[in-house]
Design a binder for this molecule. Structure first.
Ligand SMILES: [Fe+2]
Length: 298
């Protein structure tokens, strides 16, 4: 059933007044400059005894280092200062163990759609290591609102061999929050892994996706070099589908969003609109998401 209340004409740009991952902390080394294209400009990042700094011409963009990441704050046209620091995820060990990135063509919201579409996984990433569309089954997922997003409550993953890397009894909890930070906690009694997927606007028509992992398990450190080619292939599948999506864009007359499959993206659009409203009025953000059980076949 189409959701009549879903906005279809909203801006597809990344929301302002939020923190984005601009770089991985180890990319910025003392004694040399790291140039990073973000928000339609080039951030020139340097490191000294005080930490990471940004060249004065990038004013009013603020940068902070946290959990092995360099975050940049996207200010509005008024150039206000960030009211708080970047989000904290408490990734195990506090150190980035693994990162792969790719540049996705298309506006920010198209990349967010790829992150939230439940059909994206089985159809875009049909790798034998991951899963295939032959394993389709009916799913019911429970969601609750979080301060700036929503959380899919912990469940036992059914059809991904990749989870077996950390052993049995695995539970997965997936969070999503504005601007578009997806956190996947994979845990059992012995191990805890945090997978963080981040989207950063490079300019109006390209978005950088990063897949970042935190863990403390020595076994995972051992197998991670073998996982890398799969992750790289995985992100290239994202680039491929986004390229096709951009090619089809001229024929996309009107966006149609369908429940329950598109409910997560509908929530994202509503949260983004509410975020803009709250910022413009100086009022607190009121999360429009309500607890819900969503059903689909993936
Ligand atoms: Fe993907």
């Amino acid at each position: 059933m189409p959701d009549a209340a879903a906005p279809t004409d909203a801006s597809t740009a990344a929301p302002e007044g939020l923190w984005y991952v601009a770089a991985i902390a180890r990319q910025v080394r003392a004694g040399s400059e790291h140039a990073e294209p973000v928000f339609g400009r080039t951030l020139r990042l340097t490191r000294d005894g005080q930490g990471v700094a940004i060249d004065a011409s990038s004013d009013p963009i603020a940068v902070r280092e946290s959990e092995g990441l360099i975050w940049a704050w996207l200010a509005g046209p008024e150039g206000e200062a960030p009211p708080c620091g970047p989000p904290v995820f408490n990734g195990p060990g506090g150190k980035v163990r693994f990162v792969e990135e790719a540049l996705l063509p298309g506006p920010y919201d198209d990349a967010v759609y790829g992150l939230l579409d439940p059909a994206h996984g089985p159809y875009v990433h049909a790798s034998p290591l991951w899963r295939s569309s032959r394993t389709l089954r009916e799913k019911a997922k429970d969601y609750v609102p979080s301060p700036l997003g929503f959380t899919m409550l912990a469940h036992e993953p059914k059809n991904s061999a990749a989870y077996k890397l950390i052993g049995g009894g695995v539970q997965v909890e997936i969070g999503f929050q504005l601007p578009a930070l997806r956190s996947e906690w994979i845990s059992n009694t012995a191990n805890k892994v945090l997978g963080l997927t981040t989207l950063t606007p490079v300019d109006a028509n390209s978005t950088r996706i990063r897949q970042i992992f935190y863990w403390q398990s020595p076994l995972l450190s051992l197998v991670s070099p073998f996982v890398r080619p799969f992750t790289r292939g995985f992100l290239q599948q994202d680039v491929h589908i986004m390229t096709l999506r951009q090619r089809a864009a001229p024929w996309r007359l009107r966006e149609m969003l369908i429940r329950d499959g598109d409910q997560l993206f509908i929530w994202y659009r509503r949260m983004k609109a509410e975020w803009a409203r709250a910022r413009a009025s100086g009022q607190a953000f009121e999360n429009p998401v309500r607890p819900a059980t969503l059903r689909w076949r993936t």
